[in-house]
Structure formats: C-alpha cells, structure tokens
Design a protein around this ligand. Structure first.
Ligand code: ATP
Ligand code: MG
Length: 564
C-alpha cells in the first residue's frame, strides 16, 4: 500500500492488521458525534480521517449518533450534523446508527455483569461517589453498598429501570478496583436515573447509560475494527477493554488515539460555541466567524479546501496548535483556481473622465480567471463616470514609490485605459469628493504603442451600470492566540472588530447573476462569496472569505504547525 515513509501511524497500524489477517482484512471505522452541538473544524478532521481511511482501504465508515445523554440533545443538531458531513463530501450510505437503539442490549449486558458479581447498585449520591474516588496519589474508598448480594442488585437495577426511584437516588457501578492507579477504573458509574424524555426513545427509559459504559460497546456491536478517537480517551481505553473482556464472545475493536486539532484565535469546545450563540456574540451557529463547519461554509470555505487542510496537517500523537492562517492559505489556493474574477469597489470615490463623452458606453473584454483557460471572458461597461477605491487616490503623492493616483499621476484602469489625474474636489471638511481625470484613447486594453510605463493599476466600476451591494468583512473572532488564557474568561478576548458591514459598495453588473455560495475574487480586494442566506439579485450580499495575501506570512513560512 504505497510507501510506508509517507504513511501516518494509523495507516501503519492498519497495514499491519491487514497483513496479519486481523478482522479478515476488514476496515470498519466510525464517526460518533454526540448530537449536542454543531460540527466544527476539529470534527472535520476526525470525519476526514475516519471516512478517508474507509475509502482508502475499501472499507466502510459508520455515522453513529452517540445519543446517550437525553438532556442536551436535539433533532436540530442531528440534522445539521448529517448536512455538514454530506457537504464535506462524505457518505455513510446505509450505515446510520444511534446509540439509543442499543439501549436494550446494553441493559442486558449490565444485567450480565451484575450476575457475574461485577456491577452493583449504589445508593450514594454522585457527590459522595466523587468524594470517595481518591486522587492520583491516594486510593479511593469502597462504597458501603459495594458488597450487596447479586440478587438484591438485580432487583434494584430492574426497579431503577421501571421508574421506582427518583433521579440521583441510585446508580449502577462497575465493581473493579477502588485502588486502581487509573481513576477511570475506580468503580465507574454505568447507569444513572434520569426521568427525561429522549429524542429517539421517548419515555421508554428512565435510566441512561454513561458514555464510558456505552461507547466501547457501541463500537463492539457495530463490528468497528479501528475505533479512532482523540487522545483524551487514552486513559479510558483500559476501562473499555475491561467491559468487553467481561462479556464473552463480544467483538473487540482496537482503539487508536490521535491528537485533537486546535486552532489559534478560536475556541472549539461545544460549550463555548453554544455560549457564543445563545449570548448573541455571534449571529448563530453558522455565523461566518464561527469555526463550525456551517460557519466556514457561509464564510466561503469550500469542502475541497477543508479536506486539503485536514490532509496537510496530518495526524499525530502530539498536541499542537495550527494557525488559522494555514486554513486560510488552503482556501486561497483552492479559490485561486476556481473563483472567477470580478470588479467591486468597497469604499467608493467618484471619478470623472473629462475627455470621455457623456453618453458613451464601451464594453471592455475582461478575462474571468487567468488561472483557468476555460473560464472565458465577460464584458465590462466603461463610461465617463466611474467609482474607484478611496485608497487608490491621494491629494499628493507621498514619495517616488507611490504608484497610485494623485494629481499629475498616470495609472491604468484594469481592462480599460490609462488615465491621468488633473484635479480633485473636496467638501467643506476637506474630504475628497470627486477626482477628475483625462484618459488616453490610444491606451485601450491597458497598453500604448509608445510603450510608456505605468506602474499603478486600479480597479473600478462604471457608476451608471454598477449595482449596490452589502459587503461583510470578517476578521478573527478572538484577538488572543489562546482565548481566555490571560483572564480565564475566553469572552475577554473577543475581537470587537471581527465584523465590518459595508452597505454602499458598488459591484460590476455581471454580478447580478451570482448565485448564493458562488465564490469570486474581487480584484485586488480578496475572495468573496455570495451569502448563502441573505444574497439575492435584488439585494446582493457578499462575505469576504479570505484576503488575497497572507497577512501572517511569517507564520506560514515558519511551518503550518507549532508544538506547544
Ligand atoms: P465536547 O466539546 O463536548 O468535548 P467532543 O469534541 O467530544 O465535544 P463529540 O461529538 O463527542 O464532541 O465528537 C465526535 C468525534 O469528533 C469524537 O470522536 C472526537 O474525538 C472528534 N473530535 C472532536 N473534537 C475534535 C478535534 N478538535 N480534533 C479532532 N477530532 C475531534
Ligand atoms: Mg465527546
């Protein structure tokens, strides 16, 4: 299977398993989200890895909703997760599963453990259990209920299930070892009582399995061969193994841990993302500043750029933080190939060409994408009254290296003519209101026969033909590399300037045809996308996806990853 040097450690494990004939050579992976939030870029890494491995080895990848906690779960999350995975380009086929459909089997296995003297009903409260757990240096204390007779445990557990006891009054615990060095092995809780309706099973259950009890067994039930998960579950692996070993004949998946993805200037915990949404620091889960898959999508990220990002950062066993700018680099590379070029002026300044006839319009041919020979051309209207970018004009050239427009200076208007600035007008406060130029009729298309050199090129739109648009400029949601590090509260590092809305931008008329989610490069300004929700022909709305150039070049040149 290719050269082993370029293979990551997970692929090498799978290669060995296939060679040794383990699992009959099968590769079955899964992506097991808890439906308690929207997917983020970290999940995308896991999705790309699990679905990618299945694809690469001709196996399959299951989508399993780990819906063991009914309190925080919601159909909205289930639907959004499925939509996001499909959008990323992956498909679980018929392999859609819910942990809740294994509740009967899990209950049966819990009864088996009780029968074997390996689980007991504990009347202690969760607080008492926690207090008796001990520490890394001190063993825990055994519960007074630990040695209940098997028959009594069976009876109590059945009555727990039948709803006889209130929430929190009893739990079922595994009987392992209160002195185990690994805290996860100190008689972990398997079931708790929760008189709560579940989105899938309704009121059928009032006891719910704990994640650690259910998770490994869910993989076992589905015949998962390689349970790929993040490093924080390394310490839980002995417990998952213990549960499976107590149940004769149950398939034993192999758990492999990798480092979770962290990105600077962002937060990835679902709790924090939910807080940003509910406290309205952002405009929903799909706000283009969110690191959620739907947020990135709305920002204009493409599935290809996210896949490229995940492939490039690779998988490892060492925690690391990847720069957000590397994600942007992947998008920029992708859009450079695919996005058509257009002209738009975000901060308009009126420009009049005094020697151009008032009633004349010329249609200038403009290439759609110099990176793509098949992208063709379009026609741009040119006339006497234009808009240019305020930034492209100064009342005085500051130095010899200034190549933009100023009185006496000549520049090229992209796809049109050379123009020379003659004069300008200001309002009472001295703000420039209009610039007056002459054009050289011999310079059509942007060059002259005399070979005169003009260094500056400006973008423009024809005032009479341009369409008004709303343009949303996004920046990092947080100003600190690690939000919350300074004060302990991640909200203290919110970037107050993460969104700037421009309501009076002008865009070239061909953009009337832009479809929601269609990407463009606005010349000299960056890559933009027609907003998925708010854009229409009547009210064009574009989001800036990424700037044209790296503003953190140093970081990218210094490598995509830095170890903490
Ligand atoms: P929480 O914020 O509650 O800790 P979670 O990250 O555990 O959420 P899950 O829904 O349990 O969310 O995640 C589903 C899968 O995605 C898990 O297998 C998990 O290992 C993986 N995953 C989650 N976050 C990341 C990340 N940052 N990098 C890589 N994989 C991740
Ligand atoms: Mg989790």
């Amino acid at each position: 299977m290719g050269e082993s040097v370029s293979r990551n450690f997970i692929e090498r494990i799978i290669d060995c398993d296939i060679e040794s004939g383990k699992n009959g050579g099968a590769v079955v992976t899964r992506f097991p989200p808890e439906p308690n939030g929207y997917l983020h870029i970290g999940h995308a890494k896991s999705i790309n890895l699990n679905f990618g491995l299945a694809r690469q080895y001709g196996g399959r990848c299951h989508l399993r909703f780990d819906d063991t906690n009914p309190v925080k779960e919601d159909m909205e999350y289930i639907n959004s997760i499925m939509e996001d995975i499909r959008w990323l380009g992956f498909d679980w086929g018929e392999h859609l599963y819910f942990a809740s459909s294994y509740f009967d089997q899990l209950y049966q296995w819990a009864v088996d453990l009780i029968r074997a003297g390996k689980a007991y009903v504990d009347d202690s409260s969760v607080e008492e259990i926690r207090a008796a757990r001990g520490t890394l240096t001190e063993p825990g204390t055994e519960s007074p209920f630990r040695n209940r007779p098997v028959e009594e445990n069976l009876d109590l557990f059945r009555r727990m299930k039948e709803g006889e006891f209130p929430d929190g009054s009893k739990v079922l615990r595994a009987k392992i070892d209160m002195a185990a060095p690994n805290l996860n092995m100190r008689d972990p809780i398997m079931y708790r009582i929760l008189h709560t309706e579940h989105p899938k099973t309704g009121r059928k259950w009032c006891i719910y399995p704990m994640y650690d009890w259910a998770h490994g067994l869910e993989d076992a039930i589905e015949g998962i061969t390689h349970s790929v998960c993040t490093l924080e579950f390394e310490d839980h692996r002995p417990l998952y193994d213990w549960f499976i070993d107590q149940l004769p004949g149950v398939h034993h998946p192999q758990q492999i841990e990798f480092a979770r993805l962290n990105i600077d200037c962002t937060v990835m915990s679902k709790r924090k993302l939910l807080q940003l949404v509910t406290e309205r620091f952002v405009d929903g889960w799909d706000d283009p500043r969110m690191p959620t898959v739907c947020g990135l999508r709305r920002r204009g990220f493409t599935p290809e750029s996210i896949k490229e990002f995940c492939d490039k950062i690779g998988v490892s066993k060492v925690d690391s933080t990847v720069h957000f700018s590397f994600l942007e680099f992947c998008l920029r590379t992708d859009l450079n190939r695919r996005a058509q070029r257009r002209m738009a002026v975000l901060r308009p300044l009126k420009l009049t060409i005094t020697n151009y006839p008032e009633d004349k319009t010329e249609w200038m041919e403009a290439e759609n994408n110099p990176e793509d020979a098949n992208a063709g051309t379009r026609l741009l209207p040119f006339s006497r009254h234009l808009y240019i970018e305020q930034d492209d004009f100064r009342t005085e050239a500051p130095n010899k290296k200034y190549f933009r427009l100023a009185p006496g200076k000549e520049i090229r208007l992209k796809h049109a003519y050379y123009i020379r600035c003659e004069r300008f007008e200001t309002d009472n406060e001295g703000n420039v209101t209009e610039v007056f130029c002459t054009y050289d009729p011999q310079s059509r298309g942007g060059w002259t026969e005399d070979g005169r050199v003009v260094k500056g090129t400006a973008h423009w739109v024809s005032a009479a033909h341009a369409l008004k648009a709303e343009v949303r400029l996004y920046d990092r949601l947080f100003t600190a590399e690690e939000p919350g590090r300074r004060t302990g509260n991640f909200l203290d590092d919110l970037n107050p300037h993460s969104l700037e809305v421009i309501t009076d931008a002008w865009i070239e008329p061909s953009l009337a045809e832009a479809a929601p989610e269609e990407p463009f490069q606005f010349l000299r300004l960056g890559y933009f996308v027609a907003d998925r929700k708010d854009h229409s022909k009547e009210t064009p709305v574009f989001n800036r996806s990424v700037s044209l150039k790296e503003s953190f070049t140093k970081e990218v040149l210094g490598g995509s990853q830095t170890s903490k």
